[in-house]
Design a binder for this molecule. Structure first.
Ligand code: S3P
Length: 166
């Protein structure tokens, strides 16, 4: 991998990874997309039919495999760094890890009521802020760069990441 993006749901990982892929002319892998492909069903269905532990195992196995590849950009899922073995992999990898951070207000605006995100569906702004705070420790533990994205366009975020990489 050349770059790994982490961050809470709705922080812009997917959007920014696709833009960076174009700008750097490198392949982009989205962990959620890869999981959906392997399970052959949407994330919400995996949660509903098999439960979160099954999803997390699939997420772990897929992450471990993708990290072996030396090319491209990886956009992780918001919960990926929460499993200790995933966190260890993200800490140990020589690949730069960039954390995208959005405020709870902005996050709610983007993901509120999203049926495709089973963990976000019922969260209000306070619920999002609490979950962000809970996850922050792990995010910080593996991030080499943190970008506060409120008010920044995807292009501005991508530019900041590229200057960090250079
Ligand atoms: C999750 C985030 C989602 C997806 C799943 C669980 C989480 O990815 O992996 O719904 O635990 O935060 P995004 O961060 O891409 O929404």
């Amino acid at each position: 991998m050349e770059l790994i993006l982490i961050g809470f749901m709705g922080s812009g990982k997917t959007t920014v990874s696709l833009l960076l892929g174009e700008m750097l002319n490198t392949p982009v892998t989205d962990l959620d997309v890869e999981i959906v492909r392997r399970a052959d069903m949407p994330i919400a269905d995996i949660f509903a039919q098999n439960g979160e532990p099954y999803f997390r195992q699939l997420e772990h196995d897929t992450l471990a495999e993708i990290l072996k590849s030396d090319q491209g950009i990886l956009a992780t899922g918001g919960g990926t760094p929460m499993r200790p073995d995933n966190l260890a992999m993200l800490k140990d990898t020589p690949t730069p890890v960039v954390l995208l951070k959005a405020s709870a207000t902005e996050t709610l605006r983007r993901i509120g009521g999203d049926n495709g995100r089973p963990l976000a569906q019922s969260l209000d702004e306070k619920g999002i802020a609490d979950m962000q705070a809970q996850r922050q420790v792990n995010y910080n533990a593996c991030a080499d760069l943190t970008i506060k994205t409120d008010g920044l366009s995807p292009a501005a975020i991508a530019k900041e990441i590229i200057s960090f990489l250079n």
